[in-house]
Design a binder for this molecule. Sequence first.
Ligand SMILES: Cc1cc2nc3c(=O)[nH]c(=O)nc-3n(C[C@H](O)[C@H](O)[C@H](O)COP(=O)(O)OP(=O)(O)OC[C@H]3O[C@@H](n4cnc5c(N)ncnc54)[C@H](O)[C@@H]3O)c2cc1C
Length: 283
Amino acid sequence: MTEALRPKTLEEALALRAAHPEATVLAGGTDLMVGVNFGRAEPACLLDLSRLGELTAWARDDNCISVGAGVTFSRISAELDDLTALAEAASTVGSPQIRNRATLGGNIVTASPAGDGIAALAAYDASIVVARHARADRRIPWDEFFLGPKQTALADDELVVAAEWEPVDGPGTFAKVGPRSAMVIAVASICVQLDEQAHDVRIALGSVGPTVLRATRAEQLVTQLDWNDLDERALQEAGALAAADVQPIDDLRGTAAYRRRAVEVLVRRALAWTLAARGKVAA
Ligand SMILES: Cc1cc2nc3c(=O)[nH]c(=O)nc-3n(C[C@H](O)[C@H](O)[C@H](O)COP(=O)(O)OP(=O)(O)OC[C@H]3O[C@@H](n4cnc5c(N)ncnc54)[C@H](O)[C@@H]3O)c2cc1C
């Protein structure tokens, strides 16, 4: 018999989290219940976050975009569609039914290297906001939060409450490679975000390392390019640099060699799309 704790406010949830660090947190259940159904997880106590209005809000101003942990991917696609990189990533998560339940917070805490929402957060240089009972919130940069496959810096008595980042002025995009075009966990994925003001580019890659990675050498190369005079060879070089820097493994979804090749192609194409989209779309 599973006990269910069903707080109605964040304050109540944090107090319950502190009192029951052994409880399993439940958001949309699209990762957790797969584990339960396959017998990999047998939670004795669930802490259900679905009633917490505080987690289902997003907010934005000139300095900060904040998306609550309980915001679903359906809502991200519909309500934040001008944040192209994140909205495109959100629209590829599972099926409509999955997107109606699956939350950004659940994607973050599952910490899969294939997490589509995480790739967008890496491209935005986001921080993960975590809360603990009777303590100040912690803001953890994404690359310090994700420690490995299914490993994060979240403590047992903490909850993820939001992700937040500085708005970026420039186009972004997301793409993933898989055996079909829908309902697919990425064999390799990419999220590219241009920053027009800083003449900077962020290239995040999923499913090709223990966590989502940034292709820093490829980023440095593209930052030095004249974006008004696109050079196909330079984009190919960026793809080759990124492919050399990833840490893919062989698994049932694809081989390491296939993933490296996918990265090379994804980087070249996604950079070409975003550079061509300059001036045409908002970030
Ligand atoms: C058919 C199917 C297709 C899928 N396709 C994709 C896909 O294309 N791309 C992709 O990235 N993912 C995919 N997923 C995985 C899943 O839908 C996402 O990772 C989703 O975002 C998980 O969110 P959730 O709200 O359902 O989390 P839950 O399953 O409720 O929770 C996931 C984990 O996070 C913890 N947790 C949740 N919220 C919090 C919080 N606020 N604070 C602390 N801990 C928390 C839970 O304890 C649990 O460990 C798919 C899943 C299924 C079943």
